[in-house]
Every structure is written in C-alpha cells, then in structure tokens.
Design a protein around this ligand. Structure first.
Ligand code: PMP
Length: 362
C-alpha cells in the first residue's frame, strides 16, 4: 500500500507506532487475556496505569506539583461551560479575548452564565494579513477576574506564541490544537484545557490542568460532571471515563517522551511549518492570509488564487495520498493540519503535490 498522509484537523493523525501498539493490545492487554476496551476503570491495573499516564504527561509538559491534572468528558466545548460555571460565584464579568472562531465561541457560550467582556485583538497589517496585537495592547479590564484566550485558532490557522503575563488575572487557555506542540510555561496559567483529538489521542477525553488554589470556593450548584472540585476528589473517575482514549493518550505521551520530549518535538514542528510557509511565500498561486508572527505551526491555511480550482486541488491531492486538506466550511480553501504525528515527509509530499498542481494549472 502506498503511503497516505492524514491532514485532518481532528480527529487527526496518530503516530504509527502508537497505532501498532494499540492493535497488538486490543485483544490481549498487558497479557491479561482481555481487551483494553473491557477493562474496568476501578481495577487496580487501570488505576495504576492512569497514575503512570499522569506522571508522564506532567513530566513532558513540566507541570509543577501545585497543579492538578483532570481527565474529563465533554470535549473542549464542555470546558466553554465548565469554566464560567465553576467560577460564577467569583467572577461575573470575565475577560474573553477574541482572536477567531473558537475563542469567540467560548465567549458566546459564557454569555449563558455571565457577562463576558469580549476583547478583539485581531488586526490587519498594511498588506492585509491578519495579525494579533501583542498582549501588552490587550484592553483587559481592571477587575480581578479570569481571562480566557485561545493560543491556536484551529480554523483560521492563527497562533499566539506570546504567553500572556497578567498577574492580577487568572489566565485560562484553550490549548486544544497547540498543546504538546511546543514548550509552555505552565506557571503563567490558572487553567489550561485541551480536547484530545489533535496532539493527545483519540477523541473522548479532555485534559484540564488547574492550579490547586483555584479549586477552593467554587460554585457547587452546577452539573457534577463539570465540577472541578468533584473531578479532582474522584481522581477524574466521578463516572466512567473514556478508558480507551485515556489509554491511547498515555501511549502518545510515552511516544513524545521517547522522542526526546517537547524540545525535539518543537524543533521538528518549526521545521515542518517553515518549509510549508516558505513555499507559500514564494508563489502567488496559493495565498496565506496570516502575518508571519502569527502563522500557526499546527494548522496551515491557504486559498488558491483561482478559487474555482479548489475542488480539483482536493480531488487530485487525494489521488496523491494526501487526505483531509479541505478548509473549514466557514472559510473554504485549504487547511493542512500538521500536528506532532505528521512526519516531515508528509509535508514534503504536500509541497511536491502543490508544485505539481501549480505547474499544471498555474
Ligand atoms: N477549541 C479549539 C481550539 C478547537 O480546535 C476545537 C475543536 N476543533 C474545540 C475548541 C472544540 O472541541 P470539541 O469538539 O472537543 O468540543
């Protein structure tokens, strides 16, 4: 079978070696003669596994001891509700940074429970590219509250590399599509959350990293399944967790660790994004609309100059073994999601195809 590359935005590509391990363990997990899909979440063997998984995750992201790690249900959207609901007793008017579709969606959801102060940080450069204001220009409120932002807008392909440093704010980050792609300084955040289906593992689990001191005096009159305190006390087992997703995520964390951790991963990701953007910059046949300091390393978006060639591009790219390149329906065009598991060879194949297509139709 010829090699195919999966550029889907999520559920997304997983490391081949992880998939092979899953296959091997599917019928007989750890020589137990039963499948990982059949394991009880209350069994000693699974509880020990979750402890190991948490340890590896803490280690690769360098998460300090005064942070709890929760493995939740509900995806990132579940967190759009969980955050305002847990904090509603303390903060009525939190700050929400609007940098694109997902950050605005979080703010819209929060409107059901509080009165978000929505701060627009998107600007256009002289040559009409989208850029994000430096955090020092963000017009945040003077109130002691939390500030929500999304460091990587998966749909538009906009990434904010600058880490917000606001000492009177609890910084909350939706890291769904950038977590584990680069090092971050956890201490700057109160809460980091991420759905699994990009750099973590299969859909079904949502990771929340929360500073311990935020777990006091929360609103308790909310659905138990969103209650951070209960989730922490039950070690993320208030109800039956998605054991499969949790287990595969653990294999992905180990894969990252064995590769050399986030230092190496970040280096590879920089290289992959660099060659693709370099090619995009060199041609008028394809256009990327994001200014270079905010070009996402995970989701590279572009349009064909001749928009009516887009469908043909997508059809032919599949014949070339390149899948999942269709842009999100609100933007159209092309989106290449090049998460951690995408090998550099996949990006090179994409560039090769783009050159071929340009030559044929340009
Ligand atoms: N935030 C971001 C940045 C995302 O990319 C996504 C999913 N693409 C979501 C939130 C929503 O995630 P979920 O489908 O797990 O609710």
């Amino acid at each position: 079978m010829s090699i195919i590359y999966n550029f889907n935005p999520g559920p997304a590509i997983l490391p081949q070696s992880v998939l092979l391990k899953v296959k091997k363990n599917l019928l007989n997990w750890n020589n137990s003669n039963f499948s990982i899909l059949e394991v009880s979440h209350r069994s000693k063997i699974f509880i020990e596994k979750t402890m190991q998984i948490e340890k590896t995750f803490r280690n690769i992201l360098n998460i300090p001891e005064n942070y709890n790690i929760l493995f939740c249900h509900g995806g990132a959207r579940g967190q759009f509700s969980a955050i305002p609901l847990n904090f509603i007793k303390k903060f009525i008017k939190p700050d929400y940074i609007n940098s694109g579709y997902w950050s605005l969606s979080a703010a819209e959801e929060a409107k059901k429970y509080c009165r978000p102060n929505i701060i627009n940080v998107r600007k256009l450069t002289k040559n009409k590219k989208i850029c994000i204001q430096s955090t020092k220009y963000w017009k945040i409120s003077s109130k002691n509250t939390y500030l929500h932002y999304c460091p990587n807008e998966t749909i538009e392909g906009i990434e904010i590399f600058e880490e917000p440093e606001f000492y009177n704010k609890i910084v909350v980050g939706d890291f769904s599509s950038t977590i584990l792609s680069r090092k971050i300084d956890i201490k700057k955040y109160g809460i980091i959350y991420a759905c699994a289906q990009k750099n973590i593992g299969p859909a079904g689990i949502t990771v929340v990293i929360i500073r311990n001191n935020l777990l006091f005096n929360l609103n308790n009159k909310i659905p138990s399944i969103l209650n951070y305190n209960l989730l922490m006390q039950s070690k993320s087992m208030l109800n039956t967790p998605s054991i499969f997703s949790w287990y595969v995520s653990g294999l992905v964390f180990k894969w990252i660790k064995n590769l050399g951790g986030l230092n190496i991963i970040e280096k590879i990701n920089k290289k992959k994004a660099k060659i693709l953007y370099k090619y995009l910059d060199s041609t008028d046949f394809y256009n990327n609309y994001i200014s270079s300091p905010n070009q996402s390393r995970m989701n590279v978006t572009f349009h064909l100059q001749e928009k009516n060639l887009t469908n043909m591009f997508l059809e032919q790219s599949e014949k070339y073994g390149l899948f999942g390149l269709k842009g999100h329906s609100i933007l159209g065009g092309i989106r290449a999601s090049i998460y951690n598991a995408m090998p550099i060879q996949g990006v090179k194949s994409l560039i090769k195809f783009m050159k071929f297509f340009e030559k044929k139709f340009g």
